[in-house]
Design a protein around this ligand. Sequence first.
Ligand code: LCS
Length: 404
Amino acid sequence: MKSSWSTDTSIIHSLDQENRHTGVISQSITPAVAYSFSNSENAAAVVLGEIEGTYYGRYGNPTTNELERQVAKLENGEAALGVSSGMAAISISLLAYLQNGDHVLVTKDVYGGTFSFLKNLAPRFGIGYDYIDCTDHDIVERSIKENTKVLYIETPSNPGLTVLDINGLSAIAKKNNLTLIIDNTFMTPYLQKPLEMGADVVVHSGTKYMNGHGDVIAGFIIGKQTEIAMMRKKIMGDLGQNLNAWESYLIMRGLKTLPVRMKRHCDNALAIAEFLEQHPAIKKVSYPGLASHPQHELAKRQMKAMGGIVSFELKGGLSSGQQFIDNLKLGLISFSLGDPETLVQHPASMTHSSIPSEERIKYGITDGLIRLSAGLEDSDDIIADLKQSLEKIANTQTRELQHN
Ligand code: LCS
């Protein structure tokens, strides 16, 4: 492979040399669980990691290994581990750097599953945590305790789209001997490379843009070779959170179009954000690509483009939020994101409905908040759909006013 090629080119020509010799152009799938060895010495050396090889499917698979090489290269990391979900990646990475008695600092608006893992499971392992505002570096420094080992962030965040300064936070982490873990799901390595900005470990939900077609649940951890090897052997292997060959194949197929897809997601998201920002029924739009976003300048410095997610707030609160998504004809009501289809969700009545309203607001999840994952459709069609839904709400409100 030519090293001068851009990511857009090399991602399409990324098969390893061994596969190249067979002449195949797309990736082959190896479903085997068990592997045989020429002798017992050889088998023992593979199990101990002294020589490279595969010995049992729970610890890795040749198809998944090829995907891991591609993902590590995309993130510019030493090694990657493919796992069964984004939450597997997050839990494995936290368990790798935290032990009984340790403490982790977590950015306050983090994906709900991460929040739930820390609230419900981490205490059983004796791991303490604090949610803090990581846009304020003084707060971060002041919150570091004697036993703090990890700083965990997500940027841009889900669903608030807060952008955090990776360079600045990695400097604080280094000064205080903390491992900085970053969830890069919203950006993908195509748009943001946290390891190049000083992060120690990157995690992904591969379910979203990396696969990009809404038909695989997967996750990735990218970091140092020895640490990834430890996570493979001691955590993923023991907990059984491996990624299988078929799903690895689907992700490799999806990755070939990652650059093309991300450009379209970003273009569509910007067009949608600009439309919503000037609409009278909209109270607030959060999109890092808008000049009104509080971290717009930082986003321009650290992200190649601004991503495919737009969050916005309707003026009418909870009922308007629900009506808005119910009226959509093209946008689908869904919990996921990063798919070819435009997906919308209303956190107050869906993903975060179990949290009392006063608590939700602390994390920026107001009653009228909508999260939209811009799909790959024609942006004119998406915008026309949003427009008709907003008009319907306005007509209903006018009728209600006339009635009263
Ligand atoms: N990190 C982020 C930023 C996410 O948005 C998600 C899932 C995960 C990690 C976990 O990944 P998974 O285990 O599902 O592969 N986000 C979802 C969401 O916003 N709605 O449904 C899932």
